[in-house]
Write a new protein. Structure first.
Length: 152
C-alpha cells in the first residue's frame, strides 16, 4: 500500500512508472468535474471510475480485495476513512472472488490500520491489501472519489 497527497508526491523515483502515470492523471484535474461512471484511459489496462456517495458506519461496510487490478483511490471532495490490513489468509471470506468483477468481500477484518482520506489524498492498494472504503470519519460526509484501476 502507498498513501500520500497529490500535491506532495515527494521523490517521484519512489513510484513505479505506471503508478506515477496514474498520479499525474489525477493531479491534472481532468477528471474532477465528470459525471459518475467508468471511463477508459488505456482500454482495460487502465481505466478510471468516478463515484459520489455519503460515507456510512463501518459496521455496515465490508472489506474487499482484488486480484487482477490494483486501485489508485483519490479523494476529489469530502473525507472518509479506509480501513486496511495485509491479507494473511486469516480473514473470513463473505463473498468468494468474482473473476468478472475482480472483487471478493470479507466478513470482518481485525487489527486493521485506519487511513483518514481527505481532499487530495490518494492510496494505492495492491492485491494483498484488504481495504474497507467509504467509512465515516467524525461525521457523515459527501465524497467524490476517482479510482484508477491498473491491470497487473
Amino acid at each position: 500500500m502507498i498513501f500520500g497527497n497529490i500535491d506532495n508526491l515527494g521523490n517521484q523515483k519512489n513510484y513505479s512508472p505506471i503508478i506515477l502515470e496514474a498520479l499525474e492523471i489525477l493531479k491534472s484535474g481532468k477528471w474532477n468535474n465528470v459525471e459518475n461512471g467508468k471511463y477508459e484511459i488505456k482500454g482495460e489496462e487502465m481505466f478510471i471510475m468516478i463515484s459520489s456517495y455519503e460515507t456510512g458506519d463501518e459496521e455496515g461496510k465490508f472489506a474487499e480485495s482484488h486480484k487482477k487490478y490494483l486501485d489508485v483511490q483519490f479523494i476529489q471532495e469530502g473525507v472518509e476513512v479506509i480501513k486496511v490490513i495485509n491479507d494473511t489468509g486469516n480473514n473470513k471470506v463473505k463473498t468468494p472472488y468474482d473473476d468478472v468483477k475482480d472483487i471478493m468481500f470479507f466478513e470482518k477484518i481485525e487489527d486493521e490500520s485506519t487511513l483518514i482520506m481527505k481532499k487530495g489524498d490518494f492510496a494505492v492498494f495492491y492485491p494483498e491489501d484488504i481495504h474497507k472504503p467509504c467509512c465515516t470519519y467524525l461525521e457523515k460526509s459527501f465524497v467524490k472519489k476517482a479510482v484508477i484501476k491498473i491491470k497487473i
